[in-house]
Design a protein around this ligand. Structure first.
Ligand code: FAD
Length: 435
């Protein structure tokens, strides 16, 4: 299987892909986006997620390009999807306990696999694509080979994993996170929680045969093979709402070094406005899980950071280096000291393995008199405060956000009106949501 036409993991390819897709981001996207026509027939969605996830191309650039060709109303659906990523990132920032619980569960379940042969057998069949459910098996193999699945296939896969195969959702989320090129702690954890009935408590997603037949254009028909009900999973203590962590400001004149992680691979574009002495790229993809990550996912992240380091070093005329996952905080301290700086600047990493690494690194750097500044982009700081509860709170704020960020003029009105089904779903969800 060809790796998902994942051309090169660099900014130039991401921008070319964006330019190529923008004409289709209007009504055509809204009409066809739900179809999974299969690998090799992916033109109905942008396939930009690996680029946006690593910020080789930013959300702001994507939105600006789309508004350059479509009215906000025409592009409403696409804009909405771009903001789902923002919503999930903001939600996890406000509920870091959901990520910590997920990680604890994966650790516990991976050790249970060693002592429970029946669970191990079902898990191995699912991840190897040997369940006998054709569509599920094809998606498992596609994911491992290419690092990509269409959004609808991700929903069906997760639903079958949880409700038909009765496997723990956390092991499915881990399987996705290890293999997706766009593997993202927030979008992934929250989506699996949503399918399982945890994100909107009590509301699950059930994969239906007719829906699969229709939206795979007849490629699959798992008649009689799927669960017909989806009992919500529950958790003893739902993650509580926390205040948004503060980010640092670039409020100094000192010499500094720039640390690039896979969370933001375009720091030379608006993250910092001065030249660093040295640039270091750090690839932490292997920290996504205690189980090995897939080669396509690793290769993409490595390529993205490498591209970012060489662009930044070129544009700032700074020395540069690239290091990998087993890099230790001690090494980071040595690099900062040998670069002769007292400040290291990096992009703010949202909840996930990079943020965990940076938290430890900040302490160790501080012990040696070096401070780590984590700078947040205006896009995140503007959007995340709206991502405390359900998506529709953020959705309502989108017109104002777009105007604040200068992406829309005061006269433009994106189509954020809800249809009847959305209104009903929101009303139900709001009733169930903790306030
Ligand atoms: C169980 C499950 C797990 C998922 N795990 C991830 C993940 O680890 N990383 C990830 O980036 N996305 C994840 N998604 C969301 C979504 O499936 C992908 O972002 C989308 O399929 C990417 O394809 P695209 O770029 O062609 O999207 P398009 O349809 O072209 O959408 C444009 C952009 O909007 C964003 N977007 C679209 N749909 C979603 C969505 N449902 N949630 C969040 N952002 C969205 C992406 O940045 C995408 O590139 C998951 C969805 C499910 C159901």
């Amino acid at each position: 299987m060809t790796p998902y036409a994942v051309s090169e993991p660099d900014r130039e390819t991401g921008l070319a892909r964006l330019a190529n897709f923008v004409p289709a981001a209007g009504p055509q996207y809204a009409k066809t986006r739900n179809f999974d026509f299969g690998p090799g027939r992916r033109g109905n969605t942008s396939a930009l997620s690996p680029y946006i996830r690593h910020r080789l191309v930013s959300e702001t650039e994507v939105l600006a390009a789309v508004f350059g060709m479509h009215s906000p109303r025409e592009a409403g659906k696409f804009v909405d999807e771009v903001f789902w990523r923002t919503y999930f990132k903001g939600w996890l920032e406000h509920h870091p306990g959901a990520w910590a619980d997920y990680q604890d569960s994966v650790r516990r379940l991976v050790s249970e696999l060693e002592s429970d042969p029946s669970l191990l057998d079902r898990y191995n069949s699912a991840t190897a694509g040997n369940t006998g459910i054709d569509c599920f098996d094809a998606w498992a193999k596609e994911l491992v080979a290419t690092g990509y699945l269409h959004n609808h296939a991700r929903m069906w896969f997760a639903s079958i994993w949880v409700f038909t195969l009765q496997l723990p959702w956390q092991l499915g989320a881990d399987f996705f996170l290890r293999h997706l090129l766009d593997g993202d702690p927030a979008s992934n954890t929250c989506s699996w929680r949503w399918v399982s009935g945890l994100h909107t408590p009590g509301k699950t997603y059930l994969a239906r045969v007719s829906n699969i037949v229709n939206y795979t254009d007849g490629r699959f028909n798992p008649q009689g093979q799927l669960a017909t009900d989806a009992i919500p999973r529950t958790e003893s203590t739902p993650p509580s709402l926390a205040a948004l962590p503060a980010a640092d400001l670039l409020d100094f004149d000192d010499r500094f070094a720039l640390l690039i992680t896979e969370e933001d691979c375009s720091p030379e574009l608006g993250l910092i406005d001065r030249a660093p002495e040295a640039v270091l790229g750090l690839v932490t993809t292997r920290r996504r899980s205690i189980v090995p990550v897939g080669v396509p996912a690793y290769t993409f992240a490595m390529g993205a950071v490498k591209d970012a380091v060489s662009r930044s070093a070129r544009s700032f005329k700074a020395t540069s280096a690239l290091v990998e996952a087993d890099y230790r905080c001690d090494d980071l301290v040595d690099w900062a000291l040998s670069s002769n700086v007292k400040t290291v600047v990096t992009s703010y990493a949202p909840v996930g393995p990079v943020a965990d690494f940076l938290a430890t690194a900040a302490e160790q750097l501080a012990e040696r008199g070096v401070r780590l500044l984590r700078v947040r982009r205006a896009f995140d700081s503007t959007c995340w405060p709206h991502a405390t509860h359900g998506y529709f709170r953020l959705k309502k704020a989108i017109p104002g956000i777009l105007r604040d960020l200068g992406l829309l003029s005061a006269d433009d009105q994106p189509d954020v009106s809800m249809n009847r089904i959305e209104k009903q779903a929101t009303a139900v969800a709001m009733k169930r949501m903790p306030r």
